[in-house]
Design a binder for this molecule. Structure first.
Ligand SMILES: [Mn+2]
Length: 197
């Protein structure tokens, strides 16, 4: 059974299409109009081994906020759709990824309940190209709300803004991959004692 999600989200501010295949090979085609964000979504697909298509046309004449946020919402919804009934998956995943001087620690529970805990260095360059670095938390909040997962992301230290953000996306990708992969010892088993996830 294929585990794919497809979400189209159209408002007066943005038009977003996301397609994700959880059992892919990291084939990514992303265009949001925000270069650094494309680079981060590329990390997500590549290191998650998800096949990922993202096409967003947003109101970039205002700024990149709606474009970035609405893409994250659609991505979360598509991820949830692709997970399906969650039978036979690992459910939990974690990964720690360094990027030179920066470190990201990500832990995820595909719990069906949205919760985000996020810490990163307060002192960081405000912009990376057109990407406002305060959007990282907003992306994670938006993704978590739609994917309905518990997500803890910590950057205990880091200095370069590009590194600080990129290591979070890499660790997120790998943690989501581990949590969503099929556990060969748990075929047909829902990883929950309460009978629902
Ligand atoms: Mn917002």
């Amino acid at each position: 059974m294929s585990r794919v999600g497809r979400v189209e989200r159209v408002t007066k501010e943005t038009s977003v299409l996301v397609e994700i295949d959880l059992d892919g090979s990291g084939k990514v085609e992303v265009s949001t109009g925000v270069g650094f964000y494309d680079h981060m979504l590329d990390q997500l697909g590549r290191h998650g081994l998800f096949d990922l298509t993202v096409k967003t046309e947003g109101d970039l004449h205002i700024d990149s906020h709606h474009t970035i946020e609405d893409t994250a919402l659609a991505l979360g919804a598509a991820f949830k759709q692709a997970l399906g009934d969650k039978v036979g998956i690992y459910r939990f995943g974690n990964c720690t990824v360094p990027l030179d001087e920066s470190l990201a620690q990500v832990t995820v529970d595909l719990s069906g309940r949205p919760y985000l805990v996020h810490t990163e260095p307060e002192k960081m360059a405000p912009m990376i190209g057109e990407y406002d670095t305060t959007m990282t938390r907003h992306i994670l909040e938006s993704f978590v709300a739609q994917a309905q997962i518990a997500l803890h992301v910590h950057v205990p230290y880091g200095r370069n803004a590009h590194h600080i953000v990129e290591c979070q996306f890499k660790a997120l990708a790998r943690a989501l991959r581990y949590a969503s992969e099929r556990d060969p010892r748990a075929a047909g088993i829902l990883p929950s004692t309460k009978g629902a996830l």
